[in-house]
Design a protein around this ligand. Structure first.
Ligand SMILES: *[C@@H]1O[C@H](CO)[C@@H](O)[C@H](O)[C@H]1NC(C)=O
Ligand SMILES: *[C@@H]1O[C@H](CO)[C@@H](O)[C@H](O)[C@H]1NC(C)=O
Ligand SMILES: *[C@@H]1O[C@H](CO)[C@@H](O)[C@H](O)[C@H]1NC(C)=O
Ligand SMILES: *[C@@H]1O[C@H](CO)[C@@H](O)[C@H](O)[C@H]1NC(C)=O
Ligand SMILES: *[C@@H]1O[C@H](CO)[C@@H](O)[C@H](O)[C@H]1NC(C)=O
Length: 842
């Protein structure tokens, strides 16, 4: 024993420092200026990472990337419907292992902000509330009624108690510094009548009674009662003021991008504008800002909200869906955070003065007793760049930008001057899969009722009330007789379907004749399909689908789905209304019933081996053995050749796929002007293309060998063209001007006389293990354009390419100063020079 202990000792000594790492606090309070942690005011950068939108194997790296990006705190919602799967039945495993996620954050030395909700919206199915709760008699969500409130209280208490058991609250020496109750209720409160206010006040007091010892917030809740802090969610929160002079100014959701709907183009928020909003917030007295979301991740399985929200929840966030840094956004914000932190003490303990520097230019100046001075110079003109004079020095201020001066003299950061490189990511296909052709198996669904019908009605039932969201699918089937004379009329009959949503595939006599779905966030639709009837009995089978349940809005839980009217027009007899026919119903797909997606569940006899799987066949399940994509790059499943359906790897639900394209005129613009107030319609790409082509498959879902991909295709596609793609950086770009000086933030402040400034420079860096293989474009002069479409201007230094090649070729990374000797000769005096570079990584 002694010998063993002796051997263990050095190991324990090594581990000991690791064990004591981790965020810890003992008290969190607040005053009008900020949170006060262990007696000290704090200026905090927080980043949202939602644990079920990635997998546990990704958590440590995601949290580390947030920390490297300057985060002090991780924020997450708590997803009730993922945790309480039936009343009193809890699930905290795998992606829903909240305690483990909280521990990862603690071990990284970061604080945690827990937004319990339990209503969260969050583009998450049903806003995070359990579907079963809606069916408990007498329940109305988010207002003053007993069943809702008692379940909400039980769940909130459950979560708080779990965190207390782990000693996670700061009051217990842990890292949770804030908790949130409810979510964006203020705007809806009136609509709920007198019960609204009563409910909001009850929620606040229920939360306070949990005795967590840390402050509670309510976001977008102007009447949040003391001591609950009301906070701001928006693209900009510099003008926000809390409802009491005793509360600090907190921004719980800064949206650095936006979510996507199937069938729409892809929104982007420029990094210059995100940085502008953050700098304005801190310049105007803000003390805690959270990015919603910093990593968006993936709505795996059927967790996405709706209708129509994509499986990807990339959000154009600083860390992309696949867990990789999005550059320049990640790096630009990282520089911003460091720059703001240089001002922390002066901002929090100094007095502020507002000084006008021009019609739309101003300085927010902070001075403290120890002689500290920090200034935020803003140009909120959305068109004109300008030069301002501040304390006898001139500063150029691009339109819609903020410069940060931690000593009131030297600019360390300007929100519009992006110094970071751009990393261009591509999805590089692997040749999939079935190494041997006989590895395909298929299962074909029956059109309409399989096995036995569930029930018959001579009317339409509500889709969601019937499935209770146990599946996306509900069959509505009927038949009717047509006589010969009717067919002879020569008219083209038309099938007219009205639906409250969300989508339908229409089958006539076992043939798919068309599909229809709602648009944008409008789930309802109507559709007219020309049809060919036959003499005698005709069968209509309509497969109604939900595509994510509504996640927000007043009384959103009562929004219905499914068919409301089915008629055949254009017949000799006029219009035949089939709505009150006998309709036979079947809930779900047969393949779901037999869990065909689960590996090794004794389903093998249902699967039919096929050397050549059928193509363009609706309602087909495909199973194939696949190889692990090489390397360790993140993996996406390329579903371009498919229609709509669900996919699984080794039984793990990848999610809904749908290659629905956006229209060519869906708000896209080849130029994105970061200047001026952002809205999600402003900078969109991907018009005329599928909203989502690739579906993230976490690496940890693969086995070393023997991997099974299962796909259920509703409409028809070519499964042999499905491939895995690896997400890799294939090129890097940079666009840096002489007046974008780099600042060595590490040495800043060590000697105040030396501001750490070095000349402007371009820094290129390929991912680990890759080198810069080609310089595709280089121009020192006045080039223009964006990455992959840079163009030379009228001023171009002839050495541009050779200087870059000499410094960068065959290296993993390189730095080129704009004052480089090679650029010595001034080709165009008086022109502010820019160096633009595009290079390939291989
Ligand atoms: C800030 O202003 C208050 C009230 O004018 C004054 O008492 C305090 O000393 C000032 N603090 C600093 C750091 O200038
Ligand atoms: C059309 O009307 C005729 C006469 O009323 C009836 O016999 C026939 O069944 C009708 N056809 C259909 C398709 O309803
Ligand atoms: C959806 O929008 C497209 C393009 O604007 C339009 O053609 C189509 O009719 C719309 N569908 C519905 C159901 O409104
Ligand atoms: C769903 O069922 C509830 C009763 O549980 C009913 O009040 C509601 O109207 C139904 N919804 C629809 C859209 O039919
Ligand atoms: C596209 O950008 C240009 C230039 O910024 C602008 O004038 C135009 O309105 C934009 N178009 C759309 C559809 O946003």
């Amino acid at each position: 024993m002694a010998a063993a202990a002796g051997r263990l000792l050095p190991l324990m000594l090594l581990l000991l420092p690791l064990l004591v790492v981790g965020a810890a606090a003992s008290s969190v309070t607040y005053d009008h200026r900020s949170l006060i942690i262990d007696g000290r005011r704090r200026l905090l950068i927080s980043t949202s990472i939602h644990y079920p939108r990635s997998v546990p194997a990704m958590w440590p790296k995601l949290v580390a990337e947030a920390k490297d990006g300057g985060a002090d705190c991780i924020e997450t919602y708590v997803f009730w419907n993922g945790h309480e799967t039936a009343p009193g039945q809890y699930y905290f495993e795998d992606r829903f292992d909240l305690v483990q996620f909280a521990r990862v954050v603690k071990d990284a030395g970061l604080y945690l902000m827990l937004r319990i909700g339990p209503f969260v919206a969050a583009e998450w199915n049903f806003g995070g509330l359990p579907v079963w709760l809606h069916y408990i008699p007498g329940t109305v969500f988010r207002t003053n009624n007993e069943p809702f409130m008692s379940h909400m209280k039980s769940f909130t208490t459950k979560i708080v108690d779990m965190m207390k058991n782990e000693q996670f609250f700061a009051s217990q020496g842990g890292h949770i510094i804030l908790a949130q109750i409810e979510n964006e209720y203020g705007g809806d409160e009136q609509a709920y009548g007198p019960g609204g206010k009563a409910y909001a006040m009850w929620a606040a007091s229920m939360a306070l009674a949990q005795n967590t010892g840390v402050p509670w917030t309510m976001c977008q809740q102007p009447d949040a009662p003391d001591p609950v802090v009301n906070t701001c969610n928006s693209f900009y929160c510099d003008q926000f003021e809390p409802n009491s002079p005793t509360k600090p100014k907190i921004w719980t959701e800064n949206w650095p991008g936006w979510f996507q709907n199937f069938g729409e183009s892809n929104p982007h928020r420029p990094p210059e504008d995100v940085a502008f909003s953050v700098a304005r917030f801190f310049g105007k007295g803000g003390s805690l800002q959270n990015y919603y979301v910093y990593h968006g991740g993936t709505n795996f399985g059927r967790t996405t909200g709706g209708p129509f929200i994509t499986t990807s929840y990339d959000y154009d966030a600083p860390i992309d869906e696949y867990g990789l840094r999005r550059l320049p956004k990640w790096a630009h914000l990282t520089e911003l955070h460091k720059s703001i932190k240089l001002c922390e003490h002066t901002l929090l303990y100094g007095n502020s003065t507002l000084l006008s520097l021009g019609p739309q230019q101003e300085a927010d100046i902070y001075t403290d007793h120890s002689g500290g001075c920090a200034a935020f110079l803003s140009n909120i003109d959305s068109e004109k760049d300008t030069v301002v004079t501040f304390r006898n020095k001139q500063y150029d201020l691009p339109a819609w930008s903020v410069s940060i001066l931690p000593d009131c003299k030297n600019v360390v950061f300007n929100s519009a001057k992006v110094r970071s490189q751009t990393l261009m990511m591509d999805m590089v296909p692997e040749t999939l899969q079935a190494s041997k052709p006989d590895q395909w198996s298929i299962f074909t669904e029956t059109v309409g009722i399989w096995d036995k019908k569930d029930f018959v009605r001579n009317r339409f039932v509500d889709h969601i009330n019937t499935t209770k969201d146990s599946t996306d699918y509900l069959w509505y089937t009927t038949s009717f007789d047509v006589d010969i004379s009717y067919l002879a009329s020569g008219n083209q009959p038309v099938l007219n379907i009205d639906s409250e949503g969300h989508a339908v595939h229409a089958f006539l006599n076992n043939m798919l004749i068309g599909s229809a779905y709602g648009n944008g966030s409008i789930s309802s639709f109507n559709v007219h399909m020309p049809i060919n009837l036959k003499a005698g009995k005709n069968n209509i089978a309509l497969l109604s689908m939900t595509v994510g349940l509504h996640n927000a809005g007043i009384h959103y839980e009562w929004v219905g789905a499914g068919l409301t009217s089915v008629k055949i027009s254009g017949t000799k007899n006029g219009t035949i209304d089939l709505s009150s026919n006998n309709w036979a119903y079947k809930i779900g797909m047969e393949g779901e019933h037999y869990s065909l997606f689960k590996p090794d569940q004794g389903n093998n006899q249902r699967w039919r081996p096929q050397s050549d799987p059928p193509k363009h066949q609706p309602l087909t399940w495909y199973k194939v053995n696949v190889d692990v994509p090489q390397g360790d790059d993140p993996v996406g499943l390329d579903m371009m050749s498919m229609g709509k359906g669900l996919a699984w790897l080794n039984g793990n639900a990848i999610g809904r796929y749908w290659t629905r394209t956006s229209s060519t005129d869906d708000r896209c613009n080849s130029t994105c002007n970061y200047r001026g107030t952002f809205s999600p319609d402003k900078c969109r790409t991907g018009c005329g293309k599928p909203t989502q082509r690739w579906y993230h498959v976490p690496r940890s879902w693969f086995h070393p060998s023997g991997n099974t991909l299962v796909v259920f295709e509703e409409q028809g596609g070519d499964p042999t063209k499905i491939t895995f793609s690896r997400r890799v950086a294939t090129s890097v770009c940079a666009f840096v001007s002489e007046n974008y000086p780099s600042v060595d933030l590490k040495s800043w402040g060590k000697s105040i006389s030396d501001d750490g400034r070095v000349g402007a420079k371009v820094q290129l860096s390929c991912p680990k293990g890759k080198i810069i293989s080609t310089i595709k474009f280089a121009s020192f002069g006045d080039p223009s354009g964006t990455c992959r479409s840079y163009q030379q201007g009228s001023c171009h230094h002839p050495n541009s390419l050779s200087v870059l090649e000499k410094a960068c070729l065959n290296r993993n990374s390189c730095t080129v100063s704009l004052s480089e000797e090679g650029f010595g000769e001034d080709m165009c005096p008086g022109v502010t020079k820019t160096l633009a570079v595009e290079a390939d990584c291989a």
